[in-house]
Write a protein of this length. Structure first.
Lengths: 209, 373
């Protein structure tokens, strides 16, 4: 079938199959249906990421994992993080941030802050509806907006969150074991000292007698 | 503006772009025309310059990785690969086997989606906006969905790390990818039926923008544009980086070096990529994905310099890195395939009609993010 224009004809058959086929091919993936976005939302894959957030355990004030070490601030390639360390009333530095701002108009969602954080405190969110009427202030997310619970983290990245929790638990157990070992050692040393003192005391009356 | 030449005929200078829809981004061509025939063509670029190379000198070694995504934004993962390969060469880092296979899988999928997008774009350049581009993007979107499931982002993947990849394949990903790649040849057959026999397409592509093998080599062209001129040069074969020596594939070549050869070569390359993927899916071993000796923070390669290159979808993508032993690169230079393939644009275009200039530009397959950097 090589009459003049047969190539064009074959091509038109392909587009006709694609056009009319889509009406009958309801179950098949070939039929593309427009997603009715605000009413219908896409189901994001688990790995999906957009902007960072801060994880806290339990109470947002006390349970904040961030210790204001400023490693993420230094590592961030477009430098969109600003951290200020908190101080107590005597001016002593505390291990928590007073200011923690992320400018999401600058952030490119590269996840390098997440990888560099040694305290498992900064993680990637999957929000995507962040548009606003204000170009400046509303796109700089302060600490209050960035803080999200560990339960929320579990709800968006279950596998990754479970791995993180396991790592934290392992570190806690190790620390506890070390503390226990140290306490035992202390107790043993104390017992030995007491025994020594007791022995000395018991030997003293003998010498007096 | 018109000017008279000696023979009394008039030539016309036209500025094509930078906002022309067919210029694949902000690219401008100053064309001098005699009637509809091009007599002179001067490419003007730099509209998308973002100072990438100089910025990299102020960032940590890892800090440049997400910026490489934005070089050739159609295929970010191969850009990651080129940079990671150069740093690994510089610091002498070994990559675990599983990571190498993951790299080949995502790299070849990137090549497939780049060439698929090309099939749509070149039809757009010929004036056939619509069906071809939509069919191509429908398939490309499925690969991007797979990338999102793996790396967390459709395009800005930031996936490679020095000594491996960032995260392992999620549960079920490999099966999904394998199932998808099995359906791909059917789409390609449909696309070929749709396009390659089409008389209008043939008359627009055959004999247009011919580039001889000799000129292509002298011009430093690489990738599909070079191979379409009949030169057997594929860095996957020549350097044998990664695990490519373990995989069996052929390097397609053109004979004439015209736009049609460049068009067909991409289709043949997709078919070879599918072969590579099927072997990689069968061979991928279990094991670590990242060399544990490489630190995330405070990575410092030894003093020295290295040039690492890969066969990107558009050609030879090379990174020349100089280290003074510090946390930041001393010099960071990219050899972008798109820019160097553009250097012979004038030679291909002179003597053709103005409408063919768009087709020739499309057949080179440039991305302005990489040309201007």
């Amino acid at each position: 079938m090589n009459f003049p224009g047969s190539g064009i004809f074959k091509g038109m058959v392909v587009s006709a199959i694609n056009l009319f086929g889509s009406y009958f091919d309801r179950a098949h993936a070939k039929r593309l249906i427009t997603e009715q976005y605000p009413e219908e939302r896409p189901t994001l894959p688990e790995a999906s990421r957009s902007f960072p957030f801060l994880v806290f355990d339990g109470d947002p004030e006390k349970g904040i994992r961030c210790v204001a070490c400023k490693i993420c601030e230094k590592e961030c390639p477009p430098q969109c993080i600003l951290i200020e360390q908190d101080r107590d009333e005597n001016g002593k530095l505390l291990r928590r941030p007073k200011v923690f701002n992320i400018d999401i108009s600058v952030c490119m969602g590269c996840q390098i802050c997440v990888e560099s954080c040694p305290f498992e405190s900064i993680r990637m969110d999957n929000i995507y509806e962040v548009s606003s009427y204000d170009r400046f202030d509303s796109l700089v997310l302060p600490k209050e907006k960035l803080l999200k619970s560990n339960e929320y983290y579990h709800s968006i990245h279950p596998t990754e969150a479970a791995e993180t929790d396991a790592r934290i638990e392992a570190a806690r157990l190790k620390k506890e074991a070390a503390a226990k070992a140290a306490a035992q050692k202390m107790a043993a040393a104390k017992a030995a000292a007491e025994a020594k003192a007791a022995a000395e005391q018991s030997s003293q009356p003998e010498s007096q007698a | 503006m018109t000017e008279a030449d000696g023979a009394g005929a008039q030539t016309l200078d036209v500025s094509l772009g930078p906002q022309h829809p067919s210029t694949h981004g902000v690219f401008r061509m100053n064309v001098r025309m005699d009637g509809e025939t091009v007599v002179k063509l001067q490419p003007v670029f730099g509209y998308l310059h973002r100072n990438h190379e100089k910025l990299a000198e102020g960032k940590s070694w890892l800090g440049s990785m997400p910026f490489t995504d934005r070089l050739d934004y159609i295929c970010p993962i191969t850009n990651n690969w080129g940079y990671a390969l150069a740093v690994e060469k510089l610091a002498g880092i070994e990559v675990p086997d599983r990571a190498e296979y993951i790299r080949v899988i995502v790299g070849e999928m990137t090549r497939i989606q780049n060439h698929t997008a090309f099939l749509g774009f070149i039809l757009g350049d010929m004036g056939a906006w619509g069906s071809a581009l939509m069919y191509a993007f429908r398939e490309r979107e499925k690969i991007l969905d797979l990338f999102e499931g793996l790396t967390g982002a459709r395009m800005m993947a930031n996936y490679m790390r020095f000594g491996g990849v960032r995260c392992d394949l999620p549960a079920g990903w490999l099966e999904k990818a394998r199932a998808y790649i099995e359906t791909y040849p059917a789409f390609l057959d449909e696309m070929e039926k749709f396009l390659t026999g089409n008389e209008i397409l043939l008359s627009r592509l055959q004999g247009v923008g011919v580039m001889s093998a000799e000129r292509a080599i002298n011009g430093g062209l690489s990738g599909p544009v070079l191979r379409a001129s009949g030169v057997d040069y594929d860095i996957r074969k020549v350097d044998g980086y990664g695990v490519y020596p373990r995989l069996k594939f052929r390097v397609p070549r053109g004979t004439v070096g015209d736009c049609f050869d460049r068009f067909m070569l991409r289709i043949l390359e997709i078919r070879e990529s599918i072969q590579i993927l099927q072997q990689a899916f069968a061979q991928i071993p279990q094991g670590p994905i990242l060399n544990p000796a490489v630190k995330t923070r405070g990575f410092k390669p030894p003093v020295g310099e290295a040039y690492g290159r890969i066969e990107g979808p558009k050609g030879e993508l090379g990174f020349h890195l100089v280290s003074d032993g510090g946390e930041k690169p001393y010099r960071y230079h990219i050899r972008p395939p798109s820019l160097i393939n553009l250097t012979l644009l004038e030679e291909m275009c002179v003597g053709t009609k103005i409408a063919d200039v768009m087709v020739i530009l499309g057949s080179i397959d440039i991305v302005l993010g990489e040309v201007d950097r």
